[in-house]
Design a protein around this ligand. Structure first.
Ligand SMILES: [Mg+2]
Length: 316
């Protein structure tokens, strides 16, 4: 077992700093016998976990003894720990702080830690200890929005909406932000149903727009994906909160109208081409495949190889 995983390392940290009367302030604050060093030197103390890159991960929620530490004492313990990690050649520290232990954020920051990211119930701070500038990966860079171009091949009609909260009322495809863990096609189908009441199924991916420092993305970049969907219900019951208008429009009319966004206009032209020449000319279809290392599955979107080419190279 690596030394920092056992209680021995932390016992050493506490022993080294014992003379500084780390707990004095706290003893005054609570006065309880539970504040003794020995209580912190057992298996319950900070258990750091090494990662495969040479860093170390410290999930504070595991250390019940910290509940009895004040911020100043925590800072001293952490400082001693950092010294130890440096001497061991660790390249980085990942400090995971539950929201209810947020009093430890400021002491960590004063030792050089920065926010890496926050979720609803915890934050993660990092400290680079390696040579040169930090090589730690950043957190999320984009939000993902998905729209559904719901096209009825029998009537040549396409489903379009106008947003309620926009300064200009332009026709666009219904859509919205993807939820964590949600497939692109599922977002398109869900958003279309929520905004218009139309049920549909995923057919393909048609276009991707990337825009940086998007005002609606909290300063992050925005990835906006448009999917081709096939409808299987046709009665519109649109969301009054989000949409001002919703209708089935002839695809020709959408191609010609000026009252639309450049993205919608281009995708409408693409759809018209696919309708006339075959959707295989414009579709990125989806395939589910097993991930090599993780045992998970992923979705791969790509153009399909033409049938005659597949036969020629013996793929079938
Ligand atoms: Mg929306």
């Amino acid at each position: 077992m690596p030394p920092f995983l056992s209680g021995r390392f932390w016992r050493a940290v506490f022993t080294r700093t014992r003379g500084e009367r780390l707990w004095a302030g706290h003893r005054r604050a609570s006065g309880g016998p539970g504040c003794r060093w020995d209580a912190l030197a057992g298996a319950d103390v900070l258990r750091a976990e090494p990662d495969r890159f040479g860093g170390i991960s410290v999930p504070l929620e595991r250390f019940r003894a910290l509940d009895r530490l004040d911020a100043a004492s925590f800072q001293k313990v952490l400082q001693a720990a950092i010294q130890q990690w440096r001497s061991e050649g660790r390249i980085a520290v990942w400090l995971h702080i539950p929201i209810l232990q947020s009093q430890f954020i400021a002491p960590a920051a004063s030792l050089g830690f920065c926010f890496h990211h926050a979720e609803s119930d915890s934050s993660t701070l990092t400290l680079w200890l390696g040579e040169g500038p930090s090589r730690l990966p950043g957190y999320a860079t984009h939000q993902v929005g998905v729209a559904g171009a719901v096209f009825d091949e029998n009537t040549r009609k396409i489903l379009v909406v106008q947003d309620r909260n926009k300064l200009k009322n332009m026709w666009k495809f219904p859509g919205g932000l993807s939820e964590p863990g949600e497939d692109i096609g599922d977002t398109a189908v869900r958003e279309v149903f929520e905004e218009t009441g139309i049920k549909s199924e995923f057919r393909s991916l048609l276009s991707i727009r990337q825009q940086h420092t998007n005002p609606g993305a909290f300063g992050k970049s925005d990835m906006y994906i448009i999917c081709r969907l096939k409808p299987y219900s046709f009665t519109i019951n649109f969301c009054q909160r989000e949409c001002l208008r919703c209708e089935w429009m002839d695809l020709h009319d959408l191609v010609k109208t000026e009252n639309t966004t450049p993205i919608t206009s281009r995708v409408a032209r693409l759809l018209l081409y696919g309708y006339r020449e075959g959707f295989d000319k414009i579709d990125f279809t989806v395939e589910e495949l097993p991930a090599v290392y993780t045992g998970l599955f992923y979705k791969l979107y790509h153009k399909e190889l033409p049938e005659n080419y597949r036969t020629m190279i013996g793929m079938d």
